[in-house]
Ligand binder design. Structure first.
Ligand code: GDP
Ligand code: ZN
Length: 313
């Protein structure tokens, strides 16, 4: 839905970086009644716009492409898994767990290795070739020496991204390094606002926008999440995501598909399916995935973990 304001008026209200205008909005009562939560990153229909006070009412929430729970952000289209090459050193099984958790969201995943200045070239090459064999082309970076940051900006451009990874690898430092220097932090103290603004003038004045404000996880655990515009285009959540993969969304059957190297084997085979539709690739007759890939041991270990969890559910 497009605003019925004239182009001229639109321009008048464009933000400093041409990405739109910031409005302080309340959520329409009706949406609250049907328990439609508004998340940061949501595409919403805004009505009753007061252009002078820059206020509006969120009238509707459009269908989400994706929904990340930690941090709560809608329409994330890229997950950046961050590890560091040293302090702490990457550990293969831990990297695998994070990658599997990220892959299980079905959101495209990029892997980056930070603190490159702490290790020698050989260590970097070893990790690069290992990760390539796992199906990833890692971005090597250092927030400290500002290397690799342009590659990251390029990889994150024009998308909404969340950074995940264990603690201490430099997620917060990276978010700070990537955020646009021109960005003025948003004002939205939404919770202090009255619950509804009366009158439904919205049909005359409505506009599709993206929510970039503040979101809560229940009354007592309110957590601020904002989407920061990146200097290379796109947005990044200002809060790092999960740093302890729970694998709760991963099932015995979906686990193998969280490994790009297995997806590759299957997609390159004809037919592209094992003989048994519920094959777990543990040597069943007619299985296309032979146990000769490097991460098979980790697959096996995670499968065990999931089996135990499923038994107790
Ligand atoms: P987070 O827990 O993943 O958010 O990690 P932080 O951003 O808090 O960083 C943890 C520590 O690593 C801090 O002391 C940072 O200054 C440091 N750090 C971040 N990036 C680099 C880097 O590229 N090189 C080095 N040597 N230290 C870094
Ligand atoms: Zn199989």
């Amino acid at each position: 839905v497009e605003s019925q304001k004239s182009d001229e008026e639109h321009e008048k209200h464009e933000g400093h970086n041409g990405s739109g205008v910031e409005l302080l909005c309340v959520v329409r009562n009706l949406l609250k009644k049907i328990k439609r939560r508004v998340l940061v990153g949501d595409k919403v229909l805004v009505g009753s716009i007061d252009w002078n006070d820059r206020r509006g009412v969120i009238e509707n929430v459009f269908e989400r492409k994706t929904e990340v729970i930690d941090p709560p952000v809608a329409n994330v289209d890229h997950l950046l898994v961050l590890f560091s090459l040293d302090q702490p050193k990457p550990e293969e099984f831990s990297v695998t767990r994070f990658l599997v958790e990220a892959e299980s969201t079905r959101i495209p995943v990029t892997l980056a290795l930070n603190k490159a200045e702490l290790v020698d070239k050989e260590t970097v090459s070893l990790w690069k070739s290992k990760l390539r064999s796992w199906g990833y082309e890692p971005i090597i970076c250092s927030v400290e020496t500002k290397t690799g940051l342009d590659s990251l900006r390029f990889s994150l451009r024009d998308q909404t991204s969340v950074i995940v990874g264990p603690s201490g690898v430099g997620k917060s430092s990276l978010i700070n390094a990537l955020r646009s220097e021109h960005f003025r932090f948003g004002p939205a103290e939404v919770d202090d606002w009255p619950n509804s603004i009366s009158g439904s003038k919205w049909l005359e004045d409505q506009r599709v926008g993206e929510v970039s404000a503040r979101s809560g996880r229940g009354k007592h655990t309110t957590r601020h999440v904002s989407l920061l515009p990146l200097s290379g285009g796109g947005y990044i959540a200002d809060t790092p995501g999960f740093n302890q993969p729970s694998l709760l969304k991963v099932t015995k059957q979906s686990l193998a598909l969280c490994f790009p190297e297995v997806r590759k084997i299957l997609s390159e085979s004809h037919p592209s399916k094992c003989a048994f539709s519920n094959c777990l690739h543990l040597g069943e007759p007619g299985c296309l995935v032979k146990p000769d890939w490097e991460r098979y041991q980790y697959y096996f270990q995670l499968l065990d973990e999931i089996k135990i969890r499923e038994e107790f559910q």
